[in-house]
Design a protein around this ligand. Structure first.
Ligand SMILES: [Zn+2]
Ligand SMILES: [Zn+2]
Length: 280
């Protein structure tokens, strides 16, 4: 079967450089930032750059790709200025995806910071309504570890966001991050608990709404609500957990993108190999 496993790669030196980095990692799908993830700055791309990127990806058989939004975006905020800034940034990222031929843009839904869960979800829906999502681009809400007033911890809550917006649900979907799911209390290691998780995805979210997976192990305990990514197999999800994920009938056709640590000598290549080795 055509497996799609890749990594979040840097665009430093030009977006087309991402394709080489992906090849070095042994990935056949991937993710990039459209600008600098800790600032509001989104790069604007020329038609030519997009065509080049798309062509190189085609030659390297790398698809799909995802643009990960900046960490500053918060559509759930009650503060108008932050809400406006977030919308502007997301819109620019969506446009970058359109120009670059990138299939998905993923963002963290945000924190209500005290306004309450229902108001936060309403706000996210209001934001989604205002965005103009380019043709051939799908906007994804990512599940979160759920700390504090963060929204999007459960499958049902992500579905609520989709239902609250007037945006055509064909244009939006969900990305599930294994580290965040584990931190939110979902069981990935034990077979039985894992099956319950899959069942919840099917019943509360809808499998068709799940478009992309982020595969990261976790440095923390299940239910910790902490978001610290670890190398595949070295964390608390462990190889048993990832064996469940890559062999799941429900998940195996979904593109899987790694966001594992890169600061030490072990990189994406080893993590992707590890995952491919688990496929039965
Ligand atoms: Zn993620
Ligand atoms: Zn994370």
């Amino acid at each position: 079967m055509d497996r799609r496993i890749g990594a979040h790669v840097s665009i430093s030196g030009g977006v087309e450089k991402a394709v080489n980095r992906q090849e070095d990692a042994g990935g056949n799908c991937g993710q990039i930032f459209a600008g600098s993830p800790r600032t509001w700055k989104v790069s604007s791309y020329e038609e030519e750059e997009g065509e080049k990127f798309h062509e190189l990806r085609g030659e390297g058989d790398q698809n799909p790709y995802v643009i990960h939004s900046t960490y500053l975006v918060n559509l759930a905020t009650p503060k108008d200025d932050l809400f406006r800034k977030s919308l502007k940034c997301l819109q620019e990222e969506l446009e970058a995806a359109g120009k670059l031929g990138v299939e998905y843009v993923v963002f963290h839904p945000g924190s209500h910071t005290g306004s309450g869960r229902e108001n936060g979800i309403e706000r996210i829906a209001e934001g989604l309504d205002e965005l103009d999502i380019p043709e051939n681009v799908t906007l994804l809400l990512e599940n979160t570890a759920g700390k504090g007033t963060t929204l999007g911890k459960s499958m049902g809550e992500l579905r609520q966001m989709m239902e609250a917006t007037d945006t055509d649900n064909e244009k939006i979907g969900v990305c599930i991050d294994t580290c965040h799911a584990h931190a939110a209390g979902y069981e990935l290691r034990e077979q039985e608990g894992f099956e319950d998780f899959i069942q919840e995805i099917k019943e509360d979210l809808g499998l068709e709404n799940l478009k992309v997976l982020h595969l990261n192990d976790s440095k923390d305990e299940k239910g910790s609500e902490k978001d610290n990514h670890e190398h595949i197999g070295e964390g608390n999800i462990g190889l048993d957990g990832f064996r469940n994920v890559v062999n799941s009938e429900a998940l195996k056709k979904k593109p899987m993108v790694l966001e594992t640590p890169v600061e030490d000598d072990k990189g994406y290549r080893e993590n992707i190999e590890e995952l491919r080795g688990l496929i039965e």
